[in-house]
Design a protein around this ligand. Sequence first.
Ligand code: ZN
Length: 452
Amino acid sequence: MKMKEQMVENEFKYSYQKTMLKKYNANLISCNLRLPREFRYFPEFYALQDILEELFKSHLNVYNVKKISSFDFGWFLFSTQGDLQKLKKELVSLEENSEEGTFFDFDLISNSSEVISRRKLKLPARKCIVCGEEAKVCIRLNRHSREEVIQKFYESLDNFFLGQPKSRLATRIAECCISAALLEVSAYPSPGLVSPFDQGSHQDMDFGTFVISTAALTEVFSSIFAAAENIKNSDELFRRIRAIGSSGERKMFNVTKGINTQKGLIFILGIIIAALGAVGLNSSYNEQAEYIRKMCQGLVKKELKLKQDNKFATNGENAYLAYKITGVRGEAEKGFPLVFQVGIPVIKKGLAQGLSFNDAAIEGLLNIMQALDDTTLIKRGGIEGLILAKETSRDILNNGGMYTEIGRVKVQEAHKKFCTLGLSAGGAADLLAAALFYILLENKYQMLFYKK
Ligand SMILES: [Zn+2]
């Protein structure tokens, strides 16, 4: 099956190349993504296309390199002019010496259909990513297991996407993200959620899991902010932060031994700090929300509507398929109104009126919960679970929320009930963390979590 696919692909490439040679009467650079086939719909795939164009722009300026087309099986074709031998040497140098080059194979074809190979120029053959021997030989002899190769590619991707240089500001932003995530999981009673006091309705994670998982995300958040400081185009930035987020998820799964603690948080906070980096720290919430809307425009359509046949769907994807609920992607596309218009003002008001940081956070959570179509709730309790959670939080707020004795008793009761029913408002908790991020970033409040 795989062999046949490969042959069909090769035949297609060959005939397409021939047509393009005729059409452009130029030399062609044929770029193949070196990633195994299953990577080809990963977020990294889309970010790497941008990186490839950037690489050519910055290194092959004199060769007039222009993109002709890209195919989603990982093939990109460029036209080019100039000295073929010199260009081939440049391409080989990119393959060998640049970090980005690890991910591509470059073939150079003259306008008379001649392939300018390494061997013709007496250059050493391409090396294997795993062992450093000649790549072709390793493939022919089947020297490495699939897992070994994939592991190596993951390492290279993570090194690249998390290893870019970072400003001190990016580090400061990451600190606020980490603190916000830790304070969110520390807040109690949070209906059904993990806290320092119990596991909520979760069997497979506790406070310690969250502490470890959160700490592992430091580099992810600083990398996202750093990308936003450098990438000017909003579509490109979004593709890049999804790729960085994907490396972040791998780090998270690695330290939690496969438990999904914070995929949603990486997505939400990632988008928020990317927008912050893009429009600047002096911008207003409105400007940031506007940038988020621009960056995430069409996200539901792209990622949910087109994924109807995906066997490996996430909670959000399943909820969309079953109830047309757009979840966190829909919130992103709206510019996270529940963060900017609900979470932040509710928490600020609470702090101004003398609630402790803990209580203001819970008040924020309840306000978000009553409005959010939380796909984590749907996954754990069906649509009935979602309705119950929204009604419960509304009832608590109608009774004064964290400002009154009865409200506080009702939150405790809700927590017990959610634990019994296995309900957890994980999506609302992630949005709360995002709101807390801003509270910490603005740094105006005395930080005593439990003060009376
Ligand atoms: Zn090898």
